[in-house]
Design a protein around this ligand. Structure first.
Ligand code: NDP
Length: 486
């Protein structure tokens, strides 16, 4: 299949235009399916970072003062443009991440467009409240925070840029976005399209670079908020840096989420849920349900159906729409997953499927199912961020809940049962920010998404994201004479 030219017009997008500064450290863009370098961008220099922050600060005031209906209209126009260009953007997402085109055509640019459309529609609905105190009263105004920084992980570069940019812009903020250095291409297109849709210059800037560029942005006094999607260790660092200047944060971090399959579940649906929760995007999804607790009575049937279904995994050129399973996005992540598989074997896990690197160029790991596990094993405790499903068994509800909660993470959880009373009873006891009953990993923009405990702070999407990109200003209105002691 001919591979399109993925080279961007320039490394950064600042103040409404592409910007290059070749003195920044070169960052190779590697196509994960083959390991070839398909483009090179340059890390932002201090000068580039300054230009991005200065233009955002300059543009934000007028944008905040713009009629919110007009702000929303710009976002909705961008959503339409993204949908019209879905194939081109999906191909770029595939080149950036290695995810199969079959997947990116329906899950990435489209999800970004959904968020822009959703927040575009909500922009004019940023309301406050009024309170009566006898004759006096008070009201609240929701004000934008100012310049916000978005920092993305490498698994969903288009979606993350839109999920952060859409609510920030809808509420009158400016954003400087730093993609992961390993997937720098897609956010540039988001910026380009937003500006083509009529977003004034400076309001959505993209700068490239690794952690130090993110740290420079986070530490800048002009920045009011940082929204990070990344790992827990990076989250701790960014949260601490933001705290030094009392900045607001949204932290979308990692997880080791449970997926409980009760004995009465529709087993075919449960297997489909477990496949989506472990092998979509080759397992590189933060909310994945990687600890699959299956009731002992149905374990054999579950594993038999799962193994059968794995035969339909089509490994091949990600640009071929018949391919439904892609490579790891980076060589480093592939090595991490392979190390996890070694550890799992040495700790006594049985490899029921996969468990190895696939013999082809690029960074491929076979869809893997581990069994004969205990909750203490490393593969059951730590986030692997790869196509590795751990299947555990349980016998009663309380046991399943206790074991599901026995983790420091709290991003997501899921369960499959036909007993809806049980479903709601169990979900109410699961310590996770986002739960699914008889589904997994669906994240429409109208639904809050995010984690509790070590998995994060704040929520993305839905109305609640509007709160996270604004602050409440309270106004007390005195209606009578002012009394004083003297
Ligand atoms: P990392 O935590 O390594 O990086 C996340 C982003 O933070 C990258 O852009 C990175 O830059 C940047 N960064 C690193 N150090 C700093 C710093 N000190 N200050 C500011 N920015 C910094 O995560 P990955 O990219 O490896 O993504 C995988 C992780 O993301 C997984 O743990 C996964 O669970 C989590 N994730 C969470 C999601 C959620 O919504 N909860 C969704 C998707 C992923 P660079 O990498 O370029 O050096």
């Amino acid at each position: 299949m001919t591979r399109p030219d993925a080279r961007p017009e320039a490394s950064h997008f600042i103040d409404g235009e592409y910007v290059e500064d070749g003195t920044g450290a070169p960052i190779p863009v590697i196509y994960p399916a083959t390991g070839e370098t398909i483009a090179t961008v340059h890390a932002a220099t201090p000068d580039v970072i300054e230009r991005a922050l200065a233009s955002a600060a300059r543009a934000q005031g007028a944008w905040a003062a713009t009629d919110p209906t007009e702000r929303g209209r710009v976002l909705r126009r961008a959503a339409d443009m993204i949908r019209a260009r879905n194939r081109e953007l999906s191909v770029l997402e595939t080149m950036d991440t290695g995810k199969p085109l079959q997947e990116t055509l329906v899950a990435d640019a489209t999800s970004g467009a959904d968020a822009l459309e959703y927040f575009g529609g909500l922009a004019a609905d940023l309301t406050g409240t009024t309170m009566q105190f006898g004759g006096d009263w008070a009201y609240t105004i929701r004000r934008p925070l100012g310049v916000c920084v978005g920092i993305g992980a490498w698994n969903y570069p288009t979606q993350i840029a839109c999920w952060k940019g859409a609510p920030a812009l809808a509420t009158g903020n400016a954003m400087v976005f730093k993609p992961s250095e390993t997937t720098p291409l897609c956010a540039l297109k988001v910026a380009e399209i937003l500006h083509e849709a009529g977003l004034p210059a400076g309001l959505f800037n993209v700068v490239q670079g690794a952690g130090e560029v993110g740290a420079a942005l986070t530490g800048d006094a002009r920045v009011a908020k940082v929204s990070l999607t990344g790992s827990v260790p990076t989250g701790r660092r960014v949260y601490a840096a933001a705290a030094a200047r009392m900045k607001q944060v949204t932290m979308e971090l990692g997880g080791k989420s449970p997926l409980i399959v009760f004995a009465d579940a529709d087993l075919d649906d449960a297997v489909s849920g477990a496949i989506n929760a472990n092998f979509y995007s080759s397992g590189q999804v933060c909310s994945n349900g990687t600890r699959v607790f299956v009731h002992a009575d149905v374990e054999a049937g579950f594993l038999a159906r799962l193994t059968e279904r794995l035969k339909d995994a089509r490994i091949g050129d990600p640009l071929d729409e018949a391919t439904n399973f892609g490579p790891m996005t980076t060589e480093a992540q592939m090595e991490i997953v392979l190390r996890h598989l070694d550890t799992a074997r040495s700790e006594g896990a049985r490899v029921a499927a996969g468990g190895h690197r696939i013999d082809r160029e690029g960074f491929w790991i076979a869809p893997t199912v581990l069994t004969d596990l205990t909750d203490a094993m490393t593969c059951v405790r730590e986030e692997i961020f790869g196509p590795v499903m751990s299947v555990l068994t349980f016998t009663d509800e309380e046991e399943a809940i206790a074991r599901a909660n026995a983790t420091e993470f709290g991003l997501s959880a899921g369960l499959f049962t036909r007993d809806l009373a049980r479903a709601h009873r169990v979900v109410a006891q699961l310590r996770a920010g986002t739960c699914w009953i008889n589904q997994y990993n669906l994240t429409p923009p109208g639904m809050p998404f995010g984690g509790s405990r070590q998995s994060g702070i704040g929520r993305e999407n839905a109305r609640v994201a509007m709160d996270h990109f604004t602050e409440v200003q309270t106004v007390y209105v005195g209606m009578g004479p002012v009394e004083a002691a003297f």
